[in-house]
Design a protein. Structure first.
Length: 361
């Protein structure tokens, strides 16, 4: 246990990311039966415990191995996963707002807002500090680029999506407007930079050999970037007419239209991610914590699709929302099972990879 704490790496938070978004997806599933909401609530509570445990372990590493913590910032791969910490916390924030009042009463909203403020600070730190370290410390090359480059910059748009959930519970018009501007700023701080990286990722995939099998799942992260972008735009758009009148109505329409552009782009990345995963699976696709990259990206894209359906009420969009959640639930079950069995057999190392190579097939 001592070794796990002192050598802890933030990629373990991807488990909480995937579990949290699956819980929220189950609870918010359109027309969901009571048992599914109940399942989502239980899963969210378990995820709150998981996030709390992981945060305590990370703080333990700060206290017991400060040098190792500093070295983490200089690591070209593990430093990227620092962005997983605020994204895991964001699933807790949204759960407090959506499910919390029914569990612990009105105080859940206040708790969610406090956690959101902490989440925003962490997201900004990730989105600014990690890229800065990429510039001055890391040895990066285009041929080594993978989708994990997106992880440190995406938390700001995730925080913006969480902000959209909080705004509807703010009675003061002045406070709500301030929160809206802050959330829109967080969205703008992240999405353009993510699009820049997606362009470079396309170039890298086109002109260089594919990433190794251990990083095959990383392509799915691109889908998550677009999914959280949709959630932020549609969620914030719903409150714009109340806050800014006729101008807000126009902005809401523009937000929905822009979300369709992100949604279509996301469908392209989804198709590419599936084909690349199958391409690697034909040869060998070793299990590691990176498999959780199948869950959070697809989860936020499913929730974003559901939010588009709620705005447009087009059955085709609703079909995709249902389909994506079903696939998400299947992915979560598979990855959770593989993670649990690897932990119980002791094959999952501190860094989240397996100790021994898996046999082909």
């Amino acid at each position: 246990m001592w070794r796990f704490v002192t050598e802890f790496t933030p990629n373990w938070f991807t488990i909480a990311m995937g579990t949290g978004i699956t819980a929220l997806g189950a609870y918010l599933y359109p027309g969901s039966p009571p048992w599914l909401k109940y399942t989502g609530t239980i899963l969210w509570v378990l995820n709150v415990v998981l996030v709390a445990v992981l945060l305590v372990i990370m703080l333990g590493k700060f206290a017991l191995n400060w040098r190792g913590t500093v070295d983490l910032l200089h690591h070209p791969i593990q430093s990227m996963f620092l962005g997983a910490v605020p994204m895991a916390l964001a699933t807790v924030v949204n759960g407090f707002i959506e499910m919390g009042p029914g569990l612990i009463g009105p105080g859940a909203i206040a708790a969610g807002i406090v956690l959101w403020v902490i989440n925003v600070v962490m997201a900004l730190a990730s989105g600014i500090l990690v890229p800065f370290m990429m510039f001055i410390s890391h040895d990066h090359r285009l041929e080594k680029m993978t989708g994990i480059w997106l992880i440190p910059v995406v938390p700001s748009e995730v925080a913006a999506a969480s902000g959209s959930v909080i705004i509807s519970h703010i009675a003061s018009l002045t406070t709500a407007r301030t929160l809206m501007v802050l959330s829109l700023g967080l969205w703008a701080l992240s999405v353009p930079l993510a699009f820049l990286m997606l362009g470079f990722l396309f170039l890298r995939l086109a002109v260089h050999r594919l990433p190794p099998p251990e990083m095959a799942i990383s392509t799915w992260i691109s889908l998550g970037t677009l999914g959280t972008g949709i959630m932020g735009l549609v969620g914030l758009g719903k409150s714009l007419p109340r806050l800014f009148g006729s101008m807000g109505q126009a902005m809401d329409g523009a937000a929905v239209l822009s979300s369709f552009a992100l949604w279509g782009f996301g469908l392209w990345w989804l198709a590419i991610s599936i084909m690349l995963t199958l391409y690697h699976a034909r040869r060998r696709l070793p299990f590691n914590l990176g498999w959780w990259g199948l869950t959070f990206p697809l989860g936020v894209f499913a929730v974003g699709t559901d939010m588009l359906f709620d705005q447009m009420r087009v059955n085709l969009i609703g079909f995709f929302a249902h389909f994506f959640f079903i696939v998400l639930a299947a992915f979560w079950c598979i990855v959770a099972y593989r993670t649990a069995t690897s932990l119980m057999t002791g094959r999952l190392t501190v860094s989240g990879s397996l100790q021994d190579p898996e046999p082909p097939g």
